[in-house]
Design a protein around this ligand. Sequence first.
Ligand code: SIN
Ligand code: FE2
Length: 201
Amino acid sequence: MLLPNGIRHLPGYLDRPAQEALVGAIRAVVTEAPLFTPVMPGTGKEMSVRITNCGPLGWVTDKQRGYRYQGAHPLTGKPWPAMPSQLLDLWSDIAGYEKSPEACLVNFYADDARMGLHQDRDEQDFAAPVVSISLGNTCLFRVGGLSRNDRTLSFKLSSGDIVVLGGEGRLCFHGVDRIYPATSTLLKNGGRINLTLRRVN
Ligand code: SIN
Ligand code: FE2
């Protein structure tokens, strides 16, 4: 399958022990910075994923102030937890970008959650890639071009897969159409975790 320029799919990049270690680190993040339900700007409609972040900055959204990055959790007011070292190491192995990631958005998908087609464009810096890690149940990922109406193609992401949106593909539309229940034993209660590492400034 030919992906748009700048988009890379690295199937099975993380082996099972690495996936388990990462889930452990993310559980610790979620304990400090609880998952919350993001709300779309304007409409106030709740997204079906629940999110949190780690690193100096975190991506948040609410009805009044919209999509943005900020240094503190919107409910606890506390700074986001530090980014686990495994994620910093992954970034330096994969991103091909000198500076460290500033934000790791943690998306938790219950088996009935999805994410509509969108661009990641709330960052100042599009020179750095977005590095996306899949854990838990398999999903159907969709990627298109730089316009919403461009043709899209779909492929499955399994636990341990990594996708890189970089270069000419950095602003490609993408989304998650569905989660396939019971396709992984990594997460005891099912669902899927997606981690995206981003450079913001
Ligand atoms: C995202 O675009 O923020 C998430 C992508 C994914 O869940 O694979
Ligand atoms: Fe995205």
